[in-house]
Design a protein around this ligand. Structure first.
Ligand SMILES: O=C(O)CCC(=O)C(=O)O
Length: 460
């Protein structure tokens, strides 16, 4: 069948979803009119110029176009884009991350006919069926290989006290941060200045929050992914997706006046401990931001200024012991939408990062923080630094708790490459978008990975 005929057949296939249909038509028009350019590109990179290759390229770009149409629809109708069911998943979406994308809806009836309410979370499930031997089928993911077999990453460890030292040591610490950002997008920090007692208190109140009874926690449940306070389970999306073995609690931090009054009143110590912790983490993030600006050759304080008032988001994750942990994940592969994420955990490992296309496990040293680059910094650095895809595995013996704190610009800020980093010859690599739209875009794509970033990437 010719390329055109197969493309038309493909467009017609989705009669029920006008957005998808429109996206496919636009993709087809764009590719037909740019066919000559595409042909040159194929010749250039050595790929044979076959009809199949063109059709595949059309499908590959569909995610981008759909993402923009979703944003567009959202702006026009002033609400969340209409939900798409698993049958509306495009080929490109299915192909983009085959290991973790075959959707199982959040239906409340399991394949063996039992019903359960997944919204009660995995902690509740584990506690009500402590002798569970098999992983409920709703949680079984199509993983390419056993996630628990990944090798250990030898990630850079940086002594942050160097940033307070006289110029030579400071310069070498800045260089170490800059090269860790460039080579790994991920590093561990020691001597960061945050007291171990505060870290332990934060872990303690997070644990106490998850230990509350379900009805208390459900007061914070929300379908809105932008809600300033949100309790939930599996992934942070209101879209249907395969279930992951995690409960979570998220809320905004700095600037505190917008959300502090919404944080949990139980456990009673929660608000004060979390505020103190988040204030300290904010200072730490700004210190790292200063060093990163310097490493990028930007003027002093460039990153901090670009963030305006800024936005901090805390995500506390609870991964109870899991039967058959090799068949599922706690959290799917994703990159963070913010600039810098600072993560700590309760001494139980489970974080994995993707490096040079391979998954590596991260061994966390208690008292240190793990820092990773998110999409905002990838965009701001015009691609010099890359955000890191990461995911969480689970284990059969122990409960894992992690507390990740993300730092990004204020919601209305446009996110775009820093002009001093835009090379005249190459130009900008990412389309400008507001941070708020970017977050919504990311949460509307259930096939996470780095798909949201792909949608704003300008292919040269
Ligand atoms: O639990 C972890 O180690 C990862 C947490 C994370 O990536 C997140 O909360 O976005």
């Amino acid at each position: 069948m010719s390329t055109l005929a197969s493309a038309i057949k493909w467009i017609k296939k989705d009669r029920v979803d006008p957005i998808l249909k429109k996206a496919r038509s636009i993709a087809l028009c764009a590719f037909v009119s740019h066919i000559w350019k595409a042909r040159n590109a194929f010749i250039f990179d050595g790929t044979p110029f076959t009809e199949e290759a063109i059709f595949h390229k059309i499908q590959k770009h569909i995610n981008k176009i759909i993402a923009f149409l979703l944003l567009d629809a959202q702006k026009t109708i002033g609400q969340n884009p209409p939900p798409r069911s698993s049958t509306h998943l495009t080929m490109a979406e299915k192909e983009s991350s085959p290991s973790e994308t075959s959707l199982i809806s959040n239906k409340e009836e399991t394949p063996n006919g039992n019903t359960f309410d997944f919204k009660k979370g995995v902690k509740n499930r584990f506690e009500t069926s402590p002798h569970m031997k098999k992983l409920p089928p709703e949680f079984v993911l199509q993983l390419e290989r056993n996630p628990l077999s990944a090798t250990l990453a030898e990630i850079p460890v940086i002594d942050l006290s160097g940033l307070n030292c006289p110029s030579e040591i400071r310069t070498s610490t800045v260089k170490a941060i800059s090269s860790a950002c460039e080579l790994w997008g991920f590093f561990m920090i020691t001597n960061h200045g945050i007291k171990m007692s505060l870290i332990e208190e934060m872990l303690g109140v997070a644990q106490e929050f998850f230990d509350l009874n379900l009805s208390e926690k459900m007061k914070y449940a929300s379908e809105d992914v932008m809600s300033p306070v949100r309790y939930g389970t599996s992934l942070n999306t209101s879209k249907k997706h395969n279930l992951h073995w995690r409960d979570y609690f998220r809320h905004y931090g700095h600037p505190f006046q917008h959300s502090f009054h919404l944080w949990p009143v139980n456990p009673p110590k929660y608000r004060n401990v979390a505020k103190e912790y988040l204030e300290e983490i904010w200072q730490l993030a700004m210190k790292l931001g200063g060093a990163i600006s310097e490493g990028l050759g930007l003027e002093n304080g460039y990153i901090e200024k670009s963030m305006g008032e800024g936005l901090q988001i805390l995500a506390a994750n609870y991964y109870p012991p899991c039967p058959e942990p090799d068949k599922t994940l706690g959290l799917a592969a994703h990159s963070d939408h913010g600039g810098l994420t600072i993560l700590m955990q309760n001494g139980v490992d489970g974080l994995q990062i993707k490096h040079n296309g391979e998954w590596f496990s991260v061994q966390h040293v208690p008292g240190t923080f793990l820092v990773n680059i998110g999409d905002y910094l990838e965009i701001l650095s015009n691609g010099k630094y890359k955000s890191v895809e990461h995911r969480a595995t689970v284990n059969a013996q122990k409960t894992r708790i992690s507390v990740a704190v993300g730092h990004g610009p204020e919601l209305k800020s446009p996110i775009k490459p820093a002009s001093p980093l835009v090379d005249e010859r190459e130009g900008i690599h990412y389309r400008p978008i507001t941070y708020q739209d970017y977050i919504r875009l990311q949460q509307s794509i259930t096939t996470r990975g780095k798909n949201a970033l792909q949608a704003v990437l300008i292919n040269k």
